[in-house]
Design a binder for this molecule. Structure first.
Ligand code: HEC
Ligand code: HEC
Length: 642
């Protein structure tokens, strides 16, 4: 066993029950809610209909659970990441992650009743039992917004932590609980005061906690997440699937424990826990794994120690399960297989699939879909060990907030913003096609069999062998991964006045950026703010940032990164040595080798940072002289899938 591997139970021991606290919680919990935690699915309180958000299609599908048929597909907008019924319906609401808004729609008519402008990146949504208020987590701004569902307006924006995704409402409606995506921290927000009143920290390696679930009667929160072991590049040591339990009772004592789910099923490894559900009777716990297509079915144990016990061998799901819910009578379980574009209905007694219901057409192209499937899976041919998928470090093409200690040196994992136009790849420009990630698939990190026949040009030391080996056009699947990675979409910055229009400070900062004596635009040039080009020799620059890392093996010259979407990409620089954009242009540029900034006045620096935060303020062109062929072509503007 790897010594770095987190132990299965990190703390424990028998403890006296604080029975009074539990009693109070139980009394408060007498109302039970249909969908108290964020999800791409929500079951109607009467158990007769299910709504499913099709994240890549920009639609919500209504499923009749009596006839077990999809009834209606409703166009809602870009990237719905959460849905909820409003009270008893027929109205429901969905978050539009890429549109800074939520929509209220009528499930009977399919009509959008109201679009409510909100803060950026609305992710999860939960509604109170009466359907009067909704609470929305906003990832990048780190807020929870409170929405008056009758009036259709935002009442409050409550600071909720850093990069929050998961959200659940307490049974008594007095608190919401949110999870921080990149730390796994759970925060409790008291709705009366609008303040964070409690917090449960996990391990420093906890990562990608996008969901939080509450037990219907016991004071417990459940968080599925991973641990990112940034010093280890090994298929069985880099990423661990975890389940954390937080004790919500106030006061001291046993607050948070974590279980390693890779060993939960004996030798059968499961990874990338994505969402969990609990049966309304509180007895069964379900956890789905988006990386290996599995579901654990567990019995909830009322012991404050072991918490859950496996109720049998894991159940296989369809492709890339991303939502799980249970019927109000606890007799059926619903799993949304995001990359099959369908819902499986399970009989909770036998865990047999009763019906598979297609919810929408495939988005974009079959190659894009294939690429996304491969990108998300830790199964072969991507990996033999089942711990690590590409998406474990690049969730949906975003970064994972981590700086990895790789053999070549420290490397911040990057988001794939504008990648079809910003090749070459990697900070040191050692790859020139996404298909070169065949090397990653076959490496110690993933240990997959890969896609290409025979040997690849071997890597000797840190020689850039990938640049000499042509990997594109040799495998449909590998090309599909490239098409997916090169086709990820990203919205305009939330820091702008309107599309194409900068705020005054950013406008002044733009002038600073383009000033000759400052010189940012000599390297960060063109619509993607980079001089990256596939023309040999590549444009690499030593800007004085490469000397801090003693483990660096590829030299101090780096490829100019795009600045689009940089506002949400902290920490900055290849080694993550700058926490903020201000640090990039001040503390990390003392010698004026990274543009000339020492002559700038404080307010000019402030304006420059405001400009950086505003990128992109308009959509860059799809095609440039540096565009690669492997991408989804002719995506129409205005298509909700864009
Ligand atoms: C253990 C975490 C991890 C895993 C797993 C992982 N990556 Fe990465 N990825 C990184 C890091 C760190 C970087 C930055 C490395 C560098 O630039 O040298 C990176 C960079 C990239 C880039 C370059 C982006 C750019 O604009 O330069 C691409 C493309 C990429 N990864 C694709 C993949 C694919 C495809 C897979 C799966 C086969 C994968 N990654 C698996 C951590 C990971
Ligand atoms: C000589 C070319 C060059 C000039 C001039 C230049 N940059 Fe850069 N920039 C780079 C390179 C190369 C990197 C990556 C360095 C690293 O990661 O160590 C970078 C990184 C950055 C980053 C961090 C990006 C990330 O993803 O972490 C920001 C922000 C940035 N530059 C802004 C600016 C600003 C603002 C100016 C003008 C004051 C400027 N740059 C001038 C080449 C340049």
């Amino acid at each position: 066993m790897n010594p770095m591997k987190p132990s299965r139970i990190t703390t424990g021991g028998l403890r006296m029950r604080r029975s009074l606290g539990i009693l109070a919680f139980l009394m408060a919990a007498s109302i039970s809610l249909a969908g108290p935690s964020n999800s791409l699915m929500d079951v109607h309180p009467n158990g007769k209909t299910l709504i499913v958000a099709n994240n890549d299609n920009g639609t919500v599908t209504l499923v009749d659970l009596v006839t077990k048929e999809a009834v209606r597909e409703i166009k809602v907008g870009k990237k719905p990441e959460g849905v909820t019924w409003i009270g008893d319906g027929p109205l429901a609401a969905a978050t539009l992650y890429h549109e800074q808004s939520i929509v209220i729609f009528d499930t009977n008519t399919g009509k959008i009743e109201k679009t409510i402008k909100t803060a950026a990146e609305p992710y999860g949504i939960v509604a109170d039992a009466k359907g009067t208020r909704a609470y929305v987590s906003h990832e990048y701004p780190g807020l929870v917004s409170e929405i008056d569902l009758q009036e259709g307006k935002v009442l409050r924006e409550i600071p909720a932590g850093s990069m929050v995704r998961g959200i659940a409402i307490a049974p008594d409606g007095k608190r919401v609980y949110v999870s921080e995506f990149y730390t796994g921290v759970l925060n409790a927000i008291d709705l009366a005061s609008g303040k964070i009143v409690d917090s449960w920290k996990g391990h420093s390696t906890d990562n990608l906690a996008r969901h939080v679930l509450l037990h219907p009667t016991r004071p417990k929160a459940y968080l599925g997440h991973i641990r990112s072991m940034i010093k280890i590049g090994d298929g069985a040591g880099s990423i661990f699937p975890q389940l954390s339990f937080c004790d919500l009772k106030p006061g001291e004592g046993r607050r948070r424990v974590a279980f390693g789910m890779d060993t939960f099923n004996s030798l059968y490894v499961v990874t990338n826990p994505w969402e969990s559900a609990i049966s309304p009777d509180g007895k069964r716990f379900y956890l789905i794994y988006a990386g290996t297509n599995d579901m654990n079915v567990c019995n909830v144990i009322d012991d404050d120690y072991k918490e859950v016990e496996s109720a049998g061998y894991p159940t296989r799901t369809g492709q890339n399960p991303r939502a799980v819910r249970v019927s109000p009578d606890s007799k059926s379980v619903y799993v949304y297989n995001a990359m099959d574009f369908s819902v499986d209905i399970y009989n909770a007694q036998t865990m047999a699939v009763v019906k598979n219901i297609k919810t929408c057409e495939q988005p974009k192209t079959p190659e894009w879909v294939r690429g996304k499937i491969l990108f998300n899976t830790a199964n072969q041919p991507m990996s033999s060990r089942r711990w690590v998928a590409c998406s474990s470090c690049h969730p949906d093409g975003l970064h994972d907030g981590r700086v990895w200690q790789q053999a070549e040196g420290l490397r911040k994992a990057t988001a794939f913003v504008g990648m079809a136009n910003t090749h070459p790849l990697h900070w040191s420009a050692d790859r020139d096609e996404v298909q070169d990630f065949e090397y990653t698939v076959r490496s110690k990190l993933m240990q997959g069999i890969g896609f290409l026949k025979g040997q690849l040009k071997p890597k000797v030391g840190f020689h850039k062998a990938e640049l000499e080996e042509k990997t594109s056009g040799r495998s449909k699947d590998l090309d599909a991964i490239a098409i997916y990675c090169n086709s990820l979409e990203y919205p305009l910055s939330p820091h702008i006045e309107a599309p194409g229009k900068l705020k005054p400070a950013a406008m002044r900062g733009k002038d600073v950026f383009f000033r000759k004596d400052v010189g940012c635009a000599t390297c960060h040039s063109g619509p993607y703010y980079t001089d990256s080009s596939l023309t040999q020799p590549f444009n690499l620059h030593d800007i004085g940032t490469g000397r801090g890392d003693k483990t660096e093996r590829m030299g101090t010259k780096f490829d100019t990164p795009t600045l689009l979407g940089i506002y949400r990409a902290s920490p900055y620089l290849h080694d993550g040595s700058a926490k903020t954009l201000l640090d990039v242009v001040t503390m990390q540029n003392k010698e004026d080798k990274h543009g000339k900034t020492s002559q700038l006045k404080t307010d000019e620096i402030g304006d420059l940072v405001e400009f950086l935060k505003s990128l992109p303020y308009q959509s860059p062109p799809e095609v440039t002289p540096n565009t690669v062929p492997f991408r989804v072509q002719s995506m129409k503007k205005g298509d909700p899938a864009r």
